[in-house]
Each structure stands twice: as C-alpha cells, then as structure tokens.
Design a protein around this ligand. Structure first.
Ligand SMILES: [Zn+2]
Length: 65
C-alpha cells in the first residue's frame, strides 16, 4: 500500500525528485525541477497536481471568477 508517485515537472514534464502518496496533500509547494533548474509552485490533492500562479507575478489582470 501507499505507493509513491513521482511528481512530473509541469513545465518540461521531466521527473522531479519529489514523490507523493495517494493521500499526500500539498499546498503552495515549491517543486524544484532539476532539468529546468527552477521552482514551480504547485498544490497536490488526490494525486492531482495543479500549478499555482502567484498573484504577484501577474500583470494586474482582472480576476474573472
Ligand atoms: Zn522542468
């Protein structure tokens, strides 16, 4: 039980060194990709990995919810 899954980089799809379990929950996790050599903020729940765009890095675009 409790298989470990490699997180793939959302930018280049390469495997990262990070692993998650089925019950892993991450929020604002800086995922480091050894290939891109950059960090991407992600959140993880139920093995669903979502990238987070920091509001600071956006150019004042209106949020349409
Ligand atoms: Zn990458």
């Amino acid at each position: 039980m409790n298989n470990l899954y490699r997180i793939h980089c959302p930018v280049c799809r390469n495997k990262t060194r990070d692993r998650i379990r089925e019950d892993t929950v991450l929020k604002n996790y800086p995922l480091y990709c050894p290939k891109c050599k950059q960090e991407t903020l992600i959140k993880v729940k139920n093995l669903q990995i979502t990238t987070i765009t920091e509001p600071d890095t956006l150019d004042a675009e209106p949020m349409n919810l």
